[in-house]
Design a protein around this ligand. Structure first.
Ligand SMILES: Nc1nc2c(ncn2[C@@H]2O[C@H](COP(=O)(O)OP(=O)(O)O)[C@@H](O)[C@H]2O)c(=O)[nH]1
Ligand SMILES: [Mg+2]
Length: 224
């Protein structure tokens, strides 16, 4: 039998600090959200673990949407510009936000990035959050929509083990369906796990490698 060690709230060392930080973050998120509304900019916060396919999905979306929308992509990364360089090749504005050791973007970092952007010129901002299935969920950025990307290569228990981030998402993408059979992972099972946690989420299967399912993601985000 497995023994479980649970913690009580007052046993977590940084709980007070965390609450005040989260409150500050919420204030910045509200300001960002108002700014996006004032400038009539659609915004999407793309979250998911490292390697799930966030950058690949953004590239596939940008290819399809760049004629219709004036797009900027904000790329969160600890230190590198690898993802920004990949997206910039598609001819859209890309801003790199290095978080150093932080495992998520926060609303303050986004508001700083917005200061240097020509918001009147933009219709759509896509934000790639730092690769992580835990921290980004807690820190809203002020984006209108939140999308989580998981992939079948992360195994069959990814959703069940990280329920909180799925509660926060309005669209969930299950990527790398081209590898589902090899991984012995079923799309329908992962989808059912998401729907149990968040019945309102739109769940879409994709293969960014084969450019499959991207139009449905675009539809779910009301961008078509
Ligand atoms: N087989 C397969 N590989 C994919 C797919 N989507 C992304 N990849 C690969 O997975 C790796 C990580 O993708 P990336 O977009 O960088 O993930 P990110 O870390 O979430 O931004 C890269 O080698 C991609 O080429 C897919 O649908 N199928
Ligand atoms: Mg990436």
């Amino acid at each position: 039998m497995t023994k479980i060690v649970e913690h009580k709230e007052d046993e977590v060392f940084d709980i007070e600090l965390e609450e005040s930080i989260l409150k500050k973050n919420e204030d910045f998120a509200k300001k960002n959200s108002e700014l996006f509304k004032t400038h009539n900019i659609k915004t999407i916060d793309i979250m998911g673990s490292i390697g799930s396919g966030k950058t690949s999905l953004i590239e596939a979306m940008v290819k399809r949407l760049k004629e219709k929308y004036q797009i900027a992509v904000l790329n969160g990364d600890l230190t590198t510009t690898i993802d920004s360089d990949r997206v910039a090749k598609h001819g859209v504005d890309v801003i790199q936000i290095n978080t150093g050791k932080e495992c998520h973007l926060d609303a303050n970092l986004i508001s700083k990035a917005l200061e240097d952007m020509e918001l009147d010129q933009l219709d759509l901002i896509i934000i790639e959050n730092v690769g992580n299935l835990i921290c980004p969920g807690e820190f809203r950025l002020g984006a209108e929509q939140r999308l989580v990307v998981i992939s079948v290569t992360e195994g069959p228990y990814m959703v069940l083990k990280h329920p909180f981030i799925f509660m926060e998402a309005n669209v969930v993408v299950i990527n790398k369906l081209d590898l589902a059979e090899a991984m012995n992972v079923e799309f329908e099972k992962l989808k059912a796990d998401v729907m149990r946690i968040n019945p309102k989420a739109e769940v879409i299967g994709t293969s960014c490698r084969n450019d499959k399912g991207i139009i449905y993601v675009i539809g779910a985000l009301n961008l078509s």
